[in-house]
Design a protein around this ligand. Structure first.
Ligand code: ZN
Ligand code: ZN
Length: 344
């Protein structure tokens, strides 16, 4: 079968590889219908390996049809259309037993350490797969995993109905956070902040109540200006820009909450005293919890136009590097790039 194999920086090849073996007792083999790619894939291609195991088949966002089931699998049948979560957890460690499977001591991710879905077939543990409801088309279903990551982020910071929320950085995962936060806003404002006009336009279409162009602006000042000088109940920092975490803290109100989503290539300086004296809480987030975040993402995709607003070009697997990873790495991709590994 054809698969996108990561060999090293700037070296992802579409190769003929053996089809997956028969599934283990608790696994399923999926024929991949649609896969999506994200900044993680582009970073691995551009300057990896960061998390990737060389030789791995890429792809951690995908929907497929069950082609084979292991002997212990009862919840899924051959022919079912399912999405797979990306994280594989052990189910036995202290974190798994507390439901925090994304922090599992043996956590591995499909498409990074384990062969993923940018291929004609992929093997997943049945426990992380969920059937796709009919209103979700294939393109939408392929966005389940990144939306689940966004919804997990929002659950970490416990957005309450009526909270005024600012989201800094609304490309990629930030745009899905805007969608999720707007869905739960219930009268609260969701202000999308970015330096890119097209990203801000997408954020509006995804439900942001306001947009703020931060081009040439001091970010903390902008946040205070947009919150009547008081600060936001919740500031979500998804840009990873060096100065953004400090600005997020300054832009939170007394007793407010800050969620750090964007990753940083270096340590950053924060004014902790200013944070402590205002009881501003900081949260962090990584990946998603399959049992809660995947069903929530499917529900939002089935009941909204998030996928239609977000969808970008659809490309064949052969075009993955030139029409997918490269434009994404060079920040000239518009919309979520979707790949058709089986040509459909
Ligand atoms: Zn991703
Ligand atoms: Zn575990």
């Amino acid at each position: 079968m054809k698969a996108a194999v990561f060999h090293g920086p700037r070296d992802v090849r579409i190769e003929d590889v053996p089809e997956p073996d028969a599934p283990a007792a608790d696994e399923v083999v999926l024929g991949v219908i649609r896969a999506a790619i994200c900044g993680t894939d582009a970073s691995e291609w551009d300057h990896g390996p960061i998390l990737c195991r060389p030789g791995v088949v890429l792809g951690h966002e995908f929907v497929g049809r069950v082609a084979d089931v292991g002997s212990d699998v009862t919840a899924l049948r051959v022919g079912d259309r399912v999405v797979s979560g990306a994280g594989i957890s052990c189910g036995r460690c202290a974190w798994c037993l507390r439901g925090r499977t994304n922090l599992c001591a043996e956590y591995r991710t499909l498409g990074l350490q384990v062969d993923g879905g940018l291929a004609e077939y992929v093997t997943s543990p049945a426990s992380i797969c969920r059937r796709v409801p009919e209103p979700c088309d294939d393109d939408a279903a392929a966005m389940t995993q990144p939306l689940a990551v966004a919804l997990h982020a929002i659950s970490r910071v416990a957005q309450q109905p009526g909270d005024d929320v600012a989201v800094i950085g609304v490309g990629g995962i930030g745009s899905f956070i805007v969608a999720g936060a707007s869905h739960r806003a219930d009268g609260g404002r969701v202000v999308a902040v970015d330096v890119d006009a097209s990203r801000l336009a997408t954020a509006s279409a995804l439900g942001a109540s306001e947009i703020a162009d931060a081009t040439g602006r001091e970010l903390a000042e902008l946040l205070l200006e947009r919150s009547a000088g008081v600060g936001f109940d919740v500031v979500i920092e998804a840009s990873g820009a060096p100065h953004a975490p400090a600005a997020a803290i300054a832009g939170a109100r007394r007793g407010g909450r800050v969620l750090l989503v964007g990753l940083h290539g270096a340590p950053r300086e924060l004014d902790l005293t200013r944070m402590i004296l205002r009881e501003v809480d900081i949260f962090t987030t990584v990946a998603h919890v399959c049992d809660s975040d995947i069903p929530a993402a499917l529900e939002l995709l089935a009941g909204s136009d998030v996928a239609a607003v977000t969808a970008g070009p659809r490309i064949p697997l052969e075009a993955l590097v030139e029409e997918g990873l490269r434009p994404l790495a060079e920040r000239r991709a518009a919309g979520k790039i979707l790949v058709t590994p089986s040509g459909a």
